[in-house]
Design a protein around this ligand. Structure first.
Ligand code: ADP
Ligand code: XUL
Length: 519
């Protein structure tokens, strides 16, 4: 079997694939808040931090690893049959190691938990994660040091963003120079999990490395200009950057003795959740886009050439096959949908009924849904604006929040210059057909929900197979991903009668957004 793990914002999930058919044979998941309540997280992050900060305890993530392997073993899964493991991490989050980490990883004993053993190897007990937007000052500093935003965009595929790792490292260095001086190595959420499984400090793959503002996207190597803009010693603290299909090691003896894994089981490089979702959805053409409706909403597609967003809201990352992918991230994804659902005390079924109650075009309301600060468009101060929309009307608010999200995706993806004919959907909300219908109507494209709500875990499992098999045979990524592309039987069709209405609404949203942002 091939195992894909997904260490996402709120949960750790596993997806096991049959080695011949690449079909899913087992899936399981645990939510950090519920399975590990002693860390006190809310939606996977620590409550009560300073304004705009978002952090999570890395020890919680490793405790979750122990728990998930124990659960899989207990439910009778033949873990000894796993040939290779790869994984997916929430992007941008960083983990800080001191000089002890390497030897701790090398000598993990099954008699103690991972969390107990790894604790002395961390130089920072909390990891900043992608929801953090507290580093605007650092973004400015490093942009200036690197020669301006156009230079940063050109080198790294993105302008400096608050959640990206470069600005986060700079903030750590400025606010806790003592702890920074004890930091000998910096990893990502993805490479941290890979390090634990491999029993060695793991490299960072190109895909997740693209979300750091530190990778030279043309050279596939750490950019001197960008690293220096953070700190002259930064390059010495970064692990190597490797292709996403690299086998980095065999599994650590810890997992062999404790959970019965085969000592020859390969650990492949982990990557970010968005590149993994590209793999899990079998995305390979520019006319097909994908939407991930998870804690954040992301919109992404494949790119044949390196093209950056002139409006600088979007990103270019490396895809798992070594091509480029475009990506836009909206923070008010499930966070905003949940806020509306909870405000009116609705179940998801009731939310869907509300959404279907009102016909598109039969109303004039709009909502700007910044329940929390927003990445695209950049809104640092949360605020919800309702035009012609009464807060007392649950159905109207359900429709307004979903339309607002889809309008934002439509408007902000226009730089990609492709009108997708087909959109694959993944993430927790992709099981909601009423939401997907709005997506189909707004983009006038067919929408196909993924076979699993978790394309990131599936993509990781496929990447494990790709890395493992590439060692001995010629295997094209296209062959492998065809095996799992979502089936057309569950396709949601766009309703043409709403095309014109949504075209007009897109202009209205664009104007409303501009007025909100520019005052
Ligand atoms: P992440 O991987 O970012 O942690 P997921 O992709 O697992 O998140 O999505 C989790 C979210 O999915 C939950 O916060 C919840 O709001 C949403 N969700 C779950 N079921 C539904 C549903 N039926 N309709 C809409 N949203 C849903
Ligand atoms: C992408 C982003 C989020 C995280 C968490 O840039 O910040 O999608 O990867 O899912």
């Amino acid at each position: 079997m091939y195992l894909g793990l997904d260490a996402s914002s709120q949960s750790l999930s596993a997806c096991l694939l049959d080695p011949d058919s690449y079909r899913i044979v087992h899936e399981c998941s645990l939510r950090y808040d519920e399975a590990l309540p002693h860390y006190g997280t809310r939606n996977g992050v620590c409550p009560d931090l300073a304004d705009q900060e978002a952090m999570a305890p890395p020890l919680m993530w490793v405790e979750a690893l122990d728990l998930l392997f124990a659960e899989m073993k207990q439910s009778g899964i033949a873990l000894e049959n796993i040939r290779a493991i790869a994984g997916s991490g929430q992007q941008h989050g960083s983990v800080y190691f001191n000089a002890n980490m390497s030897s701790i990883l090398n000598s993990l004993t099954p008699n103690q938990s991972l969390a107990e053993q790894l604790q002395p190897g961390l130089s920072r007990p909390l990891s900043p994660v992608w929801m953090d937007s507290s580093t605007s000052a650092q973004c400015e500093t490093l942009t200036e040091a690197a020669g301006g935003w156009k230079q940063v965009l050109d080198i790294t595929g993105s302008k400096a963003f608050e959640r990206f790792t470069a600005a986060q490292i700079l903030k750590f260095m400025q606010t806790d120079p003592e702890a920074y001086s004890h930091t000998t190595s910096i990893g990502l959420v993805s490479s941290f999990h890979a390090s634990v499984l491999a029993g060695n400090i793991a490299p960072i793959d190109w895909g997740d490395g693209s979300g750091m503002n530190l990778l030279d996207m043309r050279a596939c190597a750490w950019s001197d200009t960008m690293c220096r803009a953070v700190s002259p010693d930064l390059t010495s603290k970064l692990p190597p950057c490797v292709p996403p299909w690299k086998v980095i090691s065999t599994v650590s003896p810890y997992f062999v003795s404790k959970y019965g894994l085969d000592p020859g089981c390969h650990i492949a490089a982990w990557s970010g959740d968005n590149p993994n979702s590209v793999a899990g959805l079998g995305l390979s053409s520019e006319t097909t886009a994908a939407v991930s409706l998870g804690t954040s909403d992301t919109y992404f597609g494949m790119m044949s050439a390196y093209t950056t967003d002139p409006t600088a809201g979007g990103h270019v990352f490396y895809a798992p096959n070594g091509d480029y992918m475009s990506l836009i991230c909206f923070k008010n994804g499930s966070l905003a949908r949940e806020a509306v659902r909870k405000q009116y005390n609705l179940t998801w079924d009731q939310f869907s009924s509300c959404l279907e109650q009102l016909e598109p075009g039969a109303h004039e309301f709009i909502m700007l849904p910044y329940f929390t600060s927003e990445i695209v468009p950049k809104v640092l101060k949360p605020g919800v604006v309702r035009h012609h929309l009464s807060e007392d009307d649950p159905a109207a608010n359900c429709r307004a929040v979903i339309e607002a999200q889809m309008m934002s995706m439509k408007n902000h993806s226009s730089w990609m210059n492709v009108s997708p004919e087909l959109i694959y959907a993944t993430g927790g909300a992709s099981r909601n057909n009423a939401i997907l219908q709005v997506l189909a109507d707004v983009f006038q494209a067919r929408v196909c929900p993924g076979e699993t709500g978790n394309a990131a875990a599936l993509g990781a499992a496929l990447r494990a197979a790709h890395a493992h098999l590439s060692q001995s045979e010629q295997l094209t990524w296209e062959d492998l991903s065809k095996a799992t592309a979502p089936s057309a039987s569950t396709m949601i069709k766009p309703r043409q009668q709403y095309a014109e209405f949504y075209k007009q609404l897109a202009h209205i949203y664009q104007q409303a957004e501009e007025i909100y942002i520019n005052g």
